[in-house]
Design a protein around this ligand. Structure first.
Ligand code: DO4
Ligand code: MG
Length: 290
């Protein structure tokens, strides 16, 4: 079952929610997104709402909002071997390479704050590359929705946009490499599932520039080193999230070192049971004094 959020991100049109259940679409009454996603039995609640609800047209997954309201987004890092190796190489000259190897094997995961709801792009919205970065990449990541109790209640597709030159210069610059306007994209829906996704689940990315594919890559959840429930448990240690929270689970796909995103690139990330998240890249102009 998939849950979509539609409306206008600036609140001009009332927001609505739609459920896709067994190939059919239903508009469901909505108090608030926050209360829906924190329902103690989300799957059962959505089924109860579609019984007797009117069927609607198919929802266009390119024209929906990011599936969040008050939730913040956190991220786990260095959870795939590919991410460990790419980061060790980029931070080598700064003497930071060793940290990534250590965190890959450590019991405690790397967790960082990624975005407040206002930083997040939805499907079809722009993601940004920083004006003061020279080496920018998308990071395709399975992203879980955790309810206020810390339970995994659903899955979405995430893009953890990153500035590799800033992060590589000094690991302490990580928040600047990772957290800025529209540095995060989520969508197109929440796949509500009580069972974990199979290890064979593929995560694919394609980057299109002027009509040609300039990078494509993929991984599967079998490459993810840590159990998602364990990352969630660490996130909820000494932290509470009364509206629930999104947790990006790390990237297993890193483009070759010579690749950097350009303005107008189109990024498509697909995780098959969930859908495709598409965003175009923008940069808002030269920084004065740079
Ligand atoms: O340690 C830096 C960030 C790692 C990350 O975002 C990832 O592995 O996905
Ligand atoms: Mg990442």
């Amino acid at each position: 079952m998939k849950l979509y959020r539609t409306g206008h991100s600036h609140g001009k049109t009332p927001n609505a929610s739609y459920v896709e259940h067994e190939g059919r679409y239903y508009r469901i009454p909505m108090d608030s997104w926050d209360s829906i996603v924190n329902h103690p039995d989300l799957a059962g609640y959505l089924v109860s709402l579609v019984v007797g609800a009117e069927r609607t047209e198919e929802v266009d997954p390119r024209k929906v909002l990011a599936p969040l309201e008050s939730q913040s987004v956190w991220a786990a890092g260095v959870t795939y071997y590919r991410s460990r190796s790419a980061r060790m190489a980029e931070a080598k000259d700064a003497g930071g390479g060793d940290f990534y190897d250590r965190v890959y094997s450590a019991k405690r995961p790397e967790l960082f704050f990624k975005a407040g709801p206002e930083h997040v792009a939805g499907p079809g919205q722009h993601v940004h590359i920083r004006r003061d970065a020279q080496w920018s990449v998308p990071e395709p990541e399975l992203t879980v929705l955790l309810d206020a109790r810390g339970q995994i209640v659903g899955y979405t597709v995430g893009n953890d946009m990153s500035s590799r030159d800033i992060e590589g210069e000094n690991p302490l610059y990580l928040p600047q490499a990772k957290v800025y306007d529209r540095s995060c994209a989520l969508g197109p829906c929440i796949l509500v599932a009580s069972e974990p996704l199979p290890a064979t689940t593929p995560i694919r990315i394609e980057i299109e520039r002027k009509g040609s594919i300039v990078f494509s890559g993929s991984t599967t959840l079998a490459e993810l080193k840590r159990p998602i429930a364990e990352m969630a448990e660490y996130l909820f240690r000494e932290n509470s999230f009364p509206h629930g929270v999104f947790l990006m689970t790390g990237t297993g796909v890193v483009p070759p070192d010579e690749f950097s995103l350009s303005v107008h690139d189109k990024i498509r990330i697909t995780i098959d049971p969930i859908g495709t998240l598409t965003n175009d890249v923008v940069q808002s102009g030269p920084l004065s004094g740079h």
